[in-house]
Structures are given as structure tokens and as C-alpha cells.
Design a protein around this ligand. Structure first.
Ligand code: FAD
Length: 463
């Protein structure tokens, strides 16, 4: 007898309720356990950047080591699982619950395919302290505004972290791989190189949390988290997105100081957006506020496409925007404040639809999370949940002066501007004798485009 555990975006062994449930069930039936993963679970987007691929492979590599070489990479998970099941007498396939739009529909397909082969798909608890769909208004309807959601969320209790259930009989991949190698992905076996800039895996996630606590960052988190030039945030987003750490493992380490409460509120933003996406599955790609779909955008025009390219390459001539976009290309990560600045710029200065930016982020962000990405974009574009109204247009220069007050962040990612000291780097064209060293002048005038944006909003109101 055998059981399969299908790892998806839950690449860890500690504090893993669904995995523990699978192990308990396998022990009861004296079954061996197969562990499988598939790149298919990450490839919503046709193309993953080299950084995203590398971080995923590293995470798998670490998980494989934790399981004692038991991880099998499947090219096509449903076909691969069926094949193992037929050969090994598997009756149950265990998986963590997933709530994002594409996972929900893929899991539906998987359930029906596996059931047609007589296999039971057992879905265990997922990677949220409170599962999406659970926090409700007193009348039972879902929240669309964060603050009351947070109040409801924080009043619900969640279980404390749990350790890995002992006694699983993992089947080493070498014991069964190769009986039909065409069904198995080759990516995993072939990977030998490791990029020094990408660090991933459960052990690294736990160390990152410990370091964040040890360096006292939580004490100033409520102030420093907005500063692009400081390392004021945890950098745990990649670990949360890959499920290398469960959010309640993090929450269990937090007390009630101002910094710790603010940090817990950020974890709650992740849960809020997962909840909003769960209730509004189309909002992964469509406007949460549908009237914004009727707005006039410049997508598809020659000018619009040229500007989109400049934005992607970090060559808009606005240093704070360009530094963020270059950080994304170099590190697969971008500071939250800067994500808001570049997103506002794309939508309100370049008049392009938010989905174009969200797609680019999906290709490059190693912490890509369907709900946080779609709703981070929609919030900034003014068409999403609560707070940020469309007419709030970020000024990229003032944002730079406020959140990179010495210009260090810009100089770090824009080598062309390193010769400009202090805050002058946020408006390099004003420096006397400015030698651009190939850095472009602004591709648009912010004040003009802000007015244009507001005019388009007025048009929308009159439709
Ligand atoms: C346009 C846009 C796109 C975004 N896309 C993503 C994405 O694909 N994946 C992703 O994880 N986050 C996304 N975010 C949210 C946020 O930028 C990142 O979570 C954060 O920068 C990660 O850095 P950190 O782990 O150091 O954050 P910390 O400040 O240390 O926060 C701790 C954790 O809380 C969560 N969190 C923090 N801020 C937010 C937020 N605003 N929304 C949702 N969760 C949050 C994250 O899981 C984060 O790891 C996006 C934000 C914007 C504005």
C-alpha cells in the first residue's frame, strides 16, 4: 500500500498540517509515502525568469534533503500521480488546500481525474493562519475593506505550530524513478549550479525569521518598513509564497509591541488579499471595480508599448521608478513602497492597464503570490479594495525624497547616477553640468500626465 503527498506551494516539513495528516493516515494503513512536486504548479505564466526558476529549484532541493532524497519531480502532476498510483497500489493523494483562482480550478480538474482512477484526493489545511472565506461580517458576507477584516481576523484563534509527525516511510526517488522516465521532469536531476543571490528553502526561511528578530528590526518596523534604503522588512515574502514557512510559525513569535503588531498586520494583508481573491476569483485578471475597465488606456498604441518597454527596463528617467524596476530584474524582489511607486507610475503616468504590470511582476518576482500581486496592483491602480482612490497619484520624485531620503537606494541600483551625491539624484536633470552617462531624461512629464489621468477619470464618471 502507498500514499502520495503532492507538494505544491507548501515546500516545508515543519508546521505542515496537511503533511502530518497524510503521514498519520499512511501509518494507520501501513503505507509507504511518495513525495511529488511539479513545475506545472508554478507555471501559470508561460515564462518564469531565471531567478524564479532558480529559487524554486533551490527550494525543492532543500525539501528533497529534508525528506532524505524522496522528492520526485513530475512533468505533469496528474498523469505522473496516476502512473505512480497504478504501479504502487496508491489509494489516497494528499495535498494542501489552495485558494487562488488557478489553483482552485486545477484542483477541481485533478480531483475529477484522480477520482476517475479510483483515487481519493484528501485536501488538508493550507498556508494561512485563517483560511480564506472564514472571516465574515456579522451578516455573513465577505469584507472588501481591510481594517474591519483585520479586526475580525485577529479575533479568530488559530492553532499553534506543529512539528513534523514522525515515522513516515518515505520512498526514495531512486527506488522508483526510471520505470518510465518520460513521465518525470528532468529539471531537478540536472540542476547543479547555485546562484549566490538566490537563497531559498525551509531552513533558510526559519533562519531569516530568526535573524529578523535577533537584529531587533521589529522594534522599528512600523517606521522603517517604508524606507527603501534600509533593510527594515523581513524579506520573508518568498518563503511565504513558496510555503517554506507557515504564517502562524511567524505569528507565534510576535508580541504586542507597536512594531510586532504592525508586522502581524502585514501578514494579515496577505490573508486579506487571499480572502478577496477567493470571493472574487475573476479579480485575478479583471477589475474588482468593473467601471475601470471602461477607462481610456494607451495599451496597444505604439507610444504606449514603447513606454511599457522603458518601464520594464528601468529607463523611464524617473530614478525612483527605475531603481525599483532594476532591483526587480537583479534580485527578483522589490521593496513594497517602491512596488507602489512603480505601479502607480505605470497606470497613472503611462496610462497602461494594471494587468500589464502584474504580468511582468509574475514573471520576475520570486515571491510571486497570485492574490497579493493582483490586489497590490489593483489597490495602487485605484480599482481594488478600500483605501487608495484613483485620484491619489504618487509623485515619483517626492516619493523618492521621502522614502529614500539620502538617495542611497537609487544609487545602489542605477550605476549611471552614482556620481550624483545626496538627494539631487532624485532629479538628476537639475544637476549643473549633468552628464547622463546614458541615463534617459524623463519619458513623460509627471504633472502633465497626472492631469491627463484625472481627466480620464472625469470621462469615466460621465459614461
Ligand atoms: C503592486 C504590488 C505587487 C505586489 N506583489 C506581491 C507578490 O506577488 N507577492 C507578495 O508576497 N507580495 C506582494 N506585494 C506585497 C508586498 O510588496 C510584499 O509582500 C513585500 O514587499 C515583501 O517584503 P517583506 O517580506 O520584506 O515584507 P514585510 O514587510 O517583512 O512583511 C511581512 C510579510 O507580510 C506580507 N505583506 C507585507 N506587505 C504586504 C502587502 N502590502 N500585501 C500583501 N502582503 C503583504 C508578506 O507576506 C510579507 O512577506 C505586492 C505589493 C504591491 C504594491
Amino acid at each position: 500500500m502507498a500514499t502520495i503527498f503532492w507538494f505544491r506551494r507548501d515546500l516545508r516539513v515543519q508546521d505542515h498540517p496537511a503533511l502530518n495528516q497524510a503521514i498519520v493516515s499512511a501509518k494507520q494503513s501501513d503505507s509507504r509515502v511518495f513525495a511529488v512536486v511539479s513545475a506545472r504548479d508554478y507555471q501559470d505564466q508561460a515564462e518564469l525568469s531565471p531567478g524564479r526558476r532558480e529559487s524554486l529549484l533551490q527550494s525543492w532541493r532543500e525539501l528533497n534533503a529534508s525528506l532524505g532524497d524522496a522528492l520526485t519531480v513530475l512533468a505533469e502532476p496528474i498523469a505522473g500521480i496516476k502512473s505512480i498510483a497504478q504501479r504502487e497500489g496508491v489509494t489516497e493523494v494528499h495535498v494542501s488546500a489552495a485558494y487562488d483562482t488557478r489553483s482552485v480550478s486545477f484542483m477541481k480538474e485533478a480531483r475529477s481525474e484522480l477520482e476517475s482512477d479510483g483515487l481519493k484526493l484528501v485536501v488538508g489545511a493550507g498556508n494561512y493562519a485563517v483560511a480564506p472565506g472564514k472571516v465574515r461580517k456579522p451578516d455573513g458576507t465577505p469584507y472588501r475593506v481591510y481594517t474591519p477584516f483585520y479586526k475580525g481576523w485577529s479575533e479568530l484563534a488559530w492553532n499553534p505550530p506543529v512539528a513534523l509527525e514522525p515515522g513516515a516511510r518515505w520512498v526514495r526517488a531512486s527506488e522508483h524513478l526510471g520505470f518510465d522516465s518520460s513521465e518525470y521532469g528532468s529539471e531537478f536531476a540536472g540542476v547543479t549550479t547555485q546562484s549566490p543571490s538566490i537563497r531559498a528553502g525551509e531552513a533558510y526561511a526559519l533562519r531569516t525569521l530568526q535573524r529578523f528578530i535577533d537584529r531587533g528590526a521589529l522594534a522599528g518596523y512600523q517606521d522603517d518598513r517604508n524606507r527603501a534604503d534600509l533593510s527594515g522588512t523581513s524579506h520573508l515574502s518568498h518563503a511565504l509564497a513558496h510555503g517554506e514557512i507557515h504564517p502562524r510559525t511567524i505569528l507565534a513569535r510576535l508580541g504586542d509591541s507597536a512594531g510586532e503588531v504592525t508586522f502581524a498586520k502585514e501578514i494579515a494583508w496577505r490573508e486579506f488579499y487571499a480572502d478577496v481573491l477567493w470571493h472574487n476569483p475573476n479579480s485575478l485578471t479583471e477589475y474588482l471595480e468593473p467601471r475601470f475597465a471602461k477607462m481610456r488606456y494607451d495599451d496597444g498604441t505604439e507610444l504606449g508599448e514603447t513606454r511599457l518597454r522603458a518601464w520594464k527596463e528601468g529607463r523611464t528617467g524617473y530614478p525612483m521608478v527605475d531603481a525599483g524596476m532594476r532591483q526587480l530584474l537583479a534580485e527578483g524582489w522589490m521593496h513594497n513602497r517602491v512596488r507602489m511607486i512603480v505601479a502607480s507610475f505605470l497606470v497613472k503616468d503611462l496610462h497602461l492597464e494594471w494587468q500589464r504590470g502584474a504580468d511582468w511582476f509574475e514573471t520576475w518576482l520570486t515571491d510571486f503570490d497570485p492574490a497579493s500581486n493582483a490586489h497590490g496592483w489593483q489597490w495602487t491602480a485605484g480599482c481594488g479594495t478600500d483605501a487608495s482612490p484613483y485620484y491619489r497619484v504618487f509623485n515619483p520624485i517626492l516619493q523618492g525624497l521621502k522614502f529614500d531620503p539620502n538617495g542611497d537606494y537609487v544609487r545602489k541600483y542605477l550605476p549611471e547616477l552614482r556620481h550624483i551625491s545626496g538627494t539631487a539624484v532624485h532629479e538628476p536633470w537639475l544637476s549643473i553640468g549633468f552628464d547622463s552617462a546614458g541615463y534617459p531624461l524623463p519619458i513623460v512629464d509627471h504633472v502633465t500626465e497626472r492631469n491627463e489621468s484625472l481627466a480620464r477619470l472625469e470621462e469615466l464618471k460621465s459614461l
